[in-house]
Design a protein around this ligand. Sequence first.
Ligand SMILES: Nc1ncnc2c1ncn2[C@@H]1O[C@H](COP(=O)(O)OP(=O)(O)OP(=O)(O)O)[C@@H](O)[C@H]1O
Ligand SMILES: [Mg+2]
Length: 246
Amino acid sequence: MQQGIIAIINHKGGVGKTTTTLNLGKALSLCGKKTLIIDIDPQANLSQSIGIEEPEMHIYQAMLENRALPISKLDKNFDIIPADLDLSEAEVKLQNDVNGYFKLRNAIKSIKEQYDFVLIDCPPSLGILTTNALIAATHILIVVQSEYLAVKGLQTILRLVESVRENLNPDLEVAGMLITQLNKTVFRQNIAETLRGIYQGKVFQSIVRQNISLAEASSVGQDIFTYNNKSAGAEDYMSLAKEILS
Ligand SMILES: Nc1ncnc2c1ncn2[C@@H]1O[C@H](COP(=O)(O)OP(=O)(O)OP(=O)(O)O)[C@@H](O)[C@H]1O
Ligand SMILES: [Mg+2]
């Protein structure tokens, strides 16, 4: 694909959604694609991982108060719309609004043509914020940690995607499943193979290995390419970007 709006999802926490949004986004921008990353997680980890704490304006005001989108430039070809902890209140307001599921789609309508890629970092739940992302998106990317229980939760995600596709967003496609935090133990390798067996063509060839530089980079507010261009993490996310573009 050469363009798209990709929701990065998994209701399981800590699998690598935020790390993937930031570093895949940066990799796509380095490949010359104009890329916007959007934080819709009330934990605001994506915003924090790039050094934005308590932004004055965030996605919530644009979704619920029709305010202008607060886009910040991070680098050449690379922009962000941050979140803030206020977003936790947004869930309640969205649920009480008849158009609550469509707020993100409407909010980004006027700017999406300016970007090749928009990546949306979802919270670890399949609630109304994630559904907003699925309705705004053209594609989903499911981040899967290579462990047994992670594989079991995938059916739940795929059922939600199917229901959104049938009722609300017929064009939604699964871009693929990304295995992250792979280490060298035989057990985890087996999980990767099992997943390929079940979902075949839907699992990306690129795998993100466990790599301490990825955790270190976000703790100092940087993407992996700025922090350590030579790391396994940088190599893996660049490989994923090239696979998506090919
Ligand atoms: N490939 C990796 N190797 C090592 N550490 C990683 C890797 N990917 C992510 N991490 C670390 O694991 C933790 C969880 O990652 P991340 O925040 O991206 O997950 P998440 O799915 O967004 O979590 P949440 O569900 O809470 O939003 C972070 O500390 C991150 O730095
Ligand atoms: Mg996250």
